[in-house]
Design a protein around this ligand. Sequence first.
Ligand code: FES
Ligand code: FES
Length: 168
Amino acid sequence: MALTINGEPFDEPYDTRTSLLELVRRHAHLTGTKRGCDQGGCGACTVLVDGERVLSCLTLAVQAEGHEVTTIEGVGAGSALHPLQRAFVEHDGFQCGYCTPGQICSAIGMAREIERGVPSVVTPDLAAQPSLTPEEIRERMSGNLCRCGAHNGIVHAVHETFAEEAAR
Ligand code: FES
Ligand code: FES
């Protein structure tokens, strides 16, 4: 069984102990996904598997067999940026940019979680559809650390992108 990365099948042999992070960076040569802590604490390695955000440093590549992996390169690049990538530029959502691929993949997955009605610890009414408030964004993005301190820009970019999408 092969896994798919950004729409392309990946069926080269690899050691079954390989993490998904290692697979995308070293085997598929997609270095947009970053290694930070390598132990689940920083979110820099976040990618999407079938649209769900996962920490690729804590995921074995074999767990993604038969699934669709999306890395930052598959989200958007060059002149075809995802609206969230454009919003990061407009809102100064990054400085060094090291955390940015993980922030963007995480926010895309997070927006789908809200759409599906998944509550967070700050959702006031568990029976109601959660709203995309800045408080919800901060809580739900708390697994993605930015050492440059671009958090306010990140929250503004995420809020603008997905609040606009929800209003359409
Ligand atoms: S590198 Fe995966 S969470 Fe930090
Ligand atoms: S932009 Fe530098 S760590 Fe976030």
